[in-house]
Design a protein around this ligand. Structure first.
Ligand SMILES: Cc1cc2nc3c(=O)[nH]c(=O)nc-3n(C[C@H](O)[C@H](O)[C@H](O)COP(=O)(O)O)c2cc1C
Length: 323
């Protein structure tokens, strides 16, 4: 299947694995790229330029296909060395950068002068238009269903994607709630050029996370996510667990007086404990509503092949029968 995204990124299938904290390591990124999609290493999980460089070098030993790096810009009192991370990305010849969290304008000239394609992930049409105006090559449009940070507008993909299609001239991929071949065909129908998956890729053989995390995703339904940190205007969709319950109780009790300091036990430094040690109730961790569509733990290649087969069958059989 050829779309503007497969052409732009030089990949076989229009499927991207979004950056994921403590999930997007070289093993997963390489598996996705080897299977014909675009795998993405998450820079902030590595933290320093030297560690990111090691992870990129490792990924290059695992695949000779293109892969990307996610740069998430977060407000922080002690920001990571973004300039150093960008330098390493350029030095190592990475082909694609997924930016998220904030406007990537500052880094665009340097990245694009080095022939790196920049896909900005955003949750609203106005931010997607801004990304287009500043010269991003593509956008990833993240609907309200998504795992992670859906923004504050709460617009699901059935509205957000056609709205994006009406406004954008650069290609975009649909992100949030994408699970299978049906998702891909629906995304294409709504104007996207491909799909970006997060949560679904965690439930694969190669995802380098503890089995407890994969089991939790298998057990979860579409009813098992919660929105936390809304009063801080930093809304995150997370798996409904003991920590999410505690956090929501604090939000209810403290109301609009709540501060980040109040929720440190539930949010700070929890990813290594959850993803690596398997302490899935230790803190809140991102999970999309798509958990309700996850019933197996395939290999990454098995998943991607099945998505493509189902998409082609859906187009050939179901859509043709309806026409
Ligand atoms: C566990 C987890 C961690 C994530 N971490 C990041 C991150 O560090 N940076 C980022 O831009 N997006 C992050 N995301 C969002 C994904 O890249 C992707 O946009 C989102 O998962 C898509 O929605 P889906 O989960 O419904 O597929 C994360 C998502 C999950 C599930």
């Amino acid at each position: 299947m050829e779309t503007k995204i497969t052409q732009l990124l030089d990949i076989e299938h229009p499927i991207i694995q979004g950056g994921m904290h403590y999930v997007g390591f070289a093993e997963l990124a390489a598996a996705v790229s080897n299977a014909g999609g675009l795998g993405i290493i998450t820079a902030l999980t590595q933290g320093t330029p030297a560690k990111l460089e090691r992870e990129i070098v490792k990924c290059k030993t695992l695949t000779n296909k293109p892969f990307g790096v996610n740069l998430t810009f977060l407000p922080s009192l002690d920001p990571p060395d973004y300039a150093g991370l960008v330098d390493v990305i350029i030095k190592e010849g990475v082909k694609v950068v997924e930016t998220a969290g904030n406007n990537p304008q500052k880094w665009l000239p340097k990245l694009q002068e080095s022939n790196i394609k920049v896909i900005h992930k955003c949750t609203s049409v106005r931010h997607a238009l801004k990304a287009q105006d500043i010269g991003c090559d593509a956008v990833s449009v993240d609907g309200f269903e998504c795992g992670g940070h859906p923004g504050e507008d709460d617009i699901p993909n059935f509205i957000l994607l056609p709205r994006a299609a009406d406004e954008l001239t650069i290609p975009f991929v649909a992100s949030g709630g994408m699970a299978d071949g049906r998702s891909l065909v629906a995304a294409l129908a709504l104007g996207a050029e491909g799909i970006n998956l997060g949560t679904r890729f965690i439930a694969t053989q190669e995802a380098p996370v503890h089995d407890n995390v994969k089991e939790a995703l298998l057990a979860a339904t579409e009813l098992d996510t919660k929105l936390v940190m809304r009063p801080l205007r930093n809304t995150e969709r997370v798996l409904s667990n003991a920590a999410a319950k505690r956090l929501l109780e604090k939000e209810a009790a403290l109301g609009e007086n709540i501060k980040f300091q109040d929720i440190i036990p539930e949010v700070a430094g929890v990813y290594p404990k959850v993803m690596q040690e398997g302490q899935v109730d230790e803190g809140v961790w991102s999970c999309g509503m798509v958990a309700g569509l996850i019933h197996d733990l395939p290999t990454v290649k098995g998943l991607i092949d099945k998505i493509m087969q189902q998409a082609e069958l859906t187009i050939a059989d179901r859509l043709r029968a309806a026409s």
